[in-house]
Design a protein around this ligand. Structure first.
Ligand SMILES: Nc1nc2c(c(=O)[nH]1)N[C@H]1C(S)=C(S)[C@@H](COP(=O)(O)OP(=O)(O)OC[C@H]3O[C@@H](n4cnc5c(=O)[nH]c(N)nc54)[C@H](O)[C@@H]3O)O[C@H]1N2
Ligand SMILES: Nc1nc2c(c(=O)[nH]1)N[C@H]1C(S)=C(S)[C@@H](COP(=O)(O)OP(=O)(O)OC[C@H]3O[C@@H](n4cnc5c(=O)[nH]c(N)nc54)[C@H](O)[C@@H]3O)O[C@H]1N2
Ligand code: SF4
Ligand SMILES: [Mo]
Length: 771
């Protein structure tokens, strides 16, 4: 029986020092400019030191440098500016290159119980993990362990299982292609498809939605397309914070005449005005106004809005205005008549009620769509983390199809990915539902029978652990415990596991909520030089637009004991799979050999090594983008019928979304500030409409308890306490708070239809005065 975790099963939500010094001011009217440059340099130089910090920034996103460990926004193809990074990329680099260390002495000093009391920010602030650590059953402290012993321990536990499906192998999206390919090969040779990943919490709804509609789960546009577009719709995305260099691309598009529409319950600063730090005018001038139109859609109101937008186009077309691309619909699409009939039957009243937007405003968006021959829809988590997220994605795609905006320059779908290699990990086969062609190719190349049954996704992993069906959780990066909803369900599941293993760079809460035994395996980060027997290694990643790029670590590793992710996986396989036909150690010694296998297995990677040797990057084929080929069941792009099923919010309740601040990377919290939204010193805030505050009999600044409501919830009460109300421009009935501190409010069963993504952005809450 493990006793280390705190008895109440609840991670402390916040810094004890938090909310002592709240400062609230108006949201900023422009993004980037000088404050972003200062913040970038301050971060790297203070954490990594002036010399190493400056060196790192000069290599960031350069062709011979390393790929930014931040988001998946692409770099310009075959050309780079001197400074090809943003403020938040610099923060991600600084966080990895920190000179602080969480070593054996640190763990000897702090028990698990004590560490559980610390905030996420404090944990991350302790610095890099530098030696393998082991938490024996019943122990209060992690203790150092030799690498060999760690591998032996894992191999023994894995081989003790009754069947391979009792283990699950999670991946976070920072893992490079070579490690990802090797990992899925090992997992499948071990005998399971249990490969949950952070995509399950992120763009899974995009993959599922696009797969059914256009036959490819990825975006269909390049940076050049965005620059050429005549209209760009940005749905449910906050690029000023989460993909900052996208603002530069939007600025280019705007200068070429594009109209930009922002669809978001919050009028996010980054989309208002951009001062490009790379331009003199961005430093001393007023910058560029980006969005032409802002639509304050209600949380979860996008299905209604999109149906309204399609209705406006169809109504105009019915009046013989040349609006729809009938040739495209005729030649390339399926299901138009049914779609059209459904849209015509949907009333403007339902559309207005469901979206919270007037018909007049939706007609204005339709004007922009009609004035454009090349339209792109971009989106991120505001669309994918709802119960009806797949409907969101499919209706966005259908809206584009009405005007033939797929598979032509300047037009298409653009899901903007999160982690720097989350898209590449999927391409490499990190997927619990692999397609048969991929498995066939794997079988052919490696001469084994890969398992054919689907494995578990992230939510199913928690269920599996709770039910005692999953006994080992191995995580390649990430912070599974903190990133997932419902800590109660998670802790219950994890504590029943025989073993949990985290391959990590920094300390986080997943190291504290563990199985009976736990291991921390410290890995090299993206910035660090990766030396193997065969010399210094290069890795590759795939950005959000299907471009494969190389990445070369530049600084010496934080410790001699660190291993690369490839090394860790290769040794894990070597120890676990006895007498295996694959020479794992040879693959570890020279990553080029892994790439040769990838070239043989995955379409689009032919001559992989040769191509990266020549140019350092190449573009993967994309049937929709390149030739309007739709690999769907009908062989065409499908129109999909969806009804407006808004989440039901009862009287006196609000619908809350969980969002990122400007100073965090997912569960890694850098500071308690959110510069653009005007919040300093605290993350314990709830953004809410002024009139809702008054109607609920509360007042601005007041501390409240937030309680969530879910039909037939297994937990008796889900609540977080002492949140300060911040009056904010947000539609009535809507509220917003930061992730991950509010993840406990979300039951594990609250998920998107079909994609099973946690509905992190549709939480029904009530507010209760504190004290
Ligand atoms: N600096 C930094 N960069 C990051 C990350 C980070 O944490 N920090 N995380 C990375 C990852 S993994 C990801 S997935 C991306 C996330 O990037 P984003 O998706 O931009 O991140 P979120 O903060 O979740 O923001 C979602 C946006 O959707 C809006 N929204 C919420 N609900 C709705 C809705 O119902 N409809 C509409 N139309 N909008 C809605 C919110 O107001 C918010 O602006 O960023 C990546 N990049
Ligand atoms: N409420 C709410 N919850 C959410 C979301 C939301 O919007 N709202 N968003 C969801 C989304 S989109 C995502 S993607 C998930 C994120 O889920 P994860 O990807 O699991 O979480 P991260 O916070 O990105 O993981 C951070 C940890 O990764 C490790 N790490 C960093 N770099 C490396 C590396 O190079 N190698 C290795 N091995 N480890 C490394 C560090 O130890 C660090 O502590 O969270 C999801 N959870
Ligand atoms: S936009 Fe994303 S990938 Fe580019 S520098 Fe910023 S954080 Fe890094
Ligand atoms: Mo993500």
């Amino acid at each position: 029986m493990k006793t280390a975790s705190p008895a109440n099963g609840k991670p402390p939500s916040f810094d004890p020092a938090d909310s002592q010094r709240i400062e609230i001011s108006s949201p900023k009217e422009w993004a980037a400019g000088i404050p972003a440059v200062i913040s970038a340099y301050k971060n790297v130089t203070s954490k990594a030191g002036p010399f190493k910090g400056t060196r790192l920034l000069s290599d960031l996103n350069q062709i011979e440098g390393f790929d930014c460990p931040g988001c998946a926004w692409p770099d310009p193809l075959n050309k780079r500016a001197t400074f090809e990074f943003c403020e938040n990329g610099a923060k991600a680099v600084a966080d990895e290159a920190t000179t602080k260390r969480a070593d054996g002495a640190f763990f000897a000093k702090h028990s698990i119980r004590q560490l559980c009391e610390k905030s996420d920010r404090w944990l991350n602030d302790q610095g890099r993990l530098v030696e393998p650590m082991w938490l024996p059953e019943g122990a209060e402290h992690y203790q150092p362990i030799a690498w060999d012993s760690a591998f032996e321990l894992i191999a023994k536990q894995l081989n003790l299982l009754d069947n391979p499906n009792q283990a699950a192998f999670y991946t976070s999206g920072r893992t490079g292609n070579e490690a990802a390919f090797l990992y899925q090969l090992f997992v499948r040779k071990f005998g399971t498809n249990n490969l949950p990943d952070c995509s399950n919490m992120c763009h899974e709804s995009s993959g599922v939605g696009l797969g059914e509609t256009i036959g490819v789960g990825k975006g269909t546009v390049s940076l050049e397309d965005l620059e050429q577009a005549e209209a760009i719709f940005v749905f449910g995305q906050n690029p000023g914070t989460n993909h900052p260099r996208m603002l530069g691309t939007l600025q280019d598009a705007k200068r070429n005449g594009a109209k930009i529409v922002a669809i978001n319950p919050l009028d996010e600063t980054g989309l208002k005005r951009f001062k490009n730090p790379q331009e003199v005018s961005g430093v001393i001038g007023n910058g560029t106004a980006l969005r032409d139109l802002y639509l304050p859609v209600k949380i979860n109101g996008d299905v209604a809005l999109l149906k309204g937008l399609c209705k406006a186009l169809i109504e105009r077309d019915n009046k013989h205005q040349p609006v729809l691309d009938h040739d495209f619909i005729e030649q390339y699409c399926h299901g138009f008549d049914e779609f059209k009939a459904d849209i015509e039957q949907t009333s403007w009243q339902d559309i207005q009620q469901g979206s919270g937007l007037s018909q007049a405003l939706i007609e204005q968006v339709a004007d922009i769509a009609c004035g454009s021959k090349k339209t792109i829809c971009c989106w991120a988590m505001g669309m994918t983390q709802h119960k009806n997220a797949v409907a969101n994605i499919q209706l966005m795609t259908n809206f584009l199809m009405l005007q033939g905006n797929l598979g032509k320059p300047g037009a298409g779908v653009c899901p903007v990915r999160g982690h720097s290699n989350v898209q590449g990990d999927r391409t490499m086969g990190i997927w619990e539902k692999p397609n048969p062609e991929f498995l066939d190719a794997l079988e052919q190349e490696f001469g084994f029978n890969p398992p054919r049954d689907n494995g578990v996704d992230a939510v199913e992993t928690v269920h599996g652990m709770q039910q005692g069906q999953i006994k080992v959780l191995f995580a390649l990066g990430g912070n599974f415990f903190r990133a997932m909803p419902d800590h109660q369900a998670n802790e219950q599941g994890l504590s029943q596991c025989e073993l949990t293993v985290q391959v990590s760079t920094k300390l986080n809460r997943s190291h504290l909520y563990t199985g009976k035994q736990a291991l921390i395996l410290p890995a090299l980060g993206r910035t660090e030089i990766d030396t193997q027997v065969g010399g210094i290694q290069t890795i590759t990643v795939e950005n959000s637009m299907g471009v494969i790029q190389t990445s070369h670590g530049k600084i010496p590793p934080a410790s001699d004991l660190l291993k690369s992710e490839v090394d860790i996986i290769a040794q894990l396989a070597h120890y676990t799979l006895k007498n295996d036909s694959v020479n794992w150690i040879a693959l570890r010694d020279d990553y080029r050999l892994i790439r040769d296998h990838i070239a043989n297995v995955i379409p689009g990677f032919e001559n992989f090594n040769q191509r990266i040797d020549a140019l350092g990057e190449f573009v993967l084929p994309n049937g929709v983008r390149d030739a309007r080929v739709f690999l769907t069941a009908t062989g065409k792009a499908n129109f999909m019928v969806h009804s407006i099923d808004n989440v039901e919010v009862s009287e006196g309740c609000l619908l809350m979304m969980t969002i990122r601040s400007h100073d965090q990377f997912n569960t890694t919290v850098y500071t308690n500030n959110d510069r653009y939204r005007g919040v300093r010193g605290t993350r314990k805030v709830l953004f809410i409409n002024k009139q809702d505050i008054a109607e609920l009999g509360l007042h601005s600044g007041q501390k409240v308890t937030i309680r969530s409501h879910w039909p037939n919830d297994k937990a008796s009460v889900r609540e977080v306490t002492d949140f300060a109300l911040v009056e904010y421009a947000i539609p009535r009935g809507c509220a917003a708070a930061y992730y991950p501190e509010t993840n406990d409010l979300i039951p594990i069963d609250s998920v998107a239809d079909k994609s099973n993504t946690p509905a992190y952005k549709s939480i029904v809450i009530s507010l209760h005065a504190s004290g």
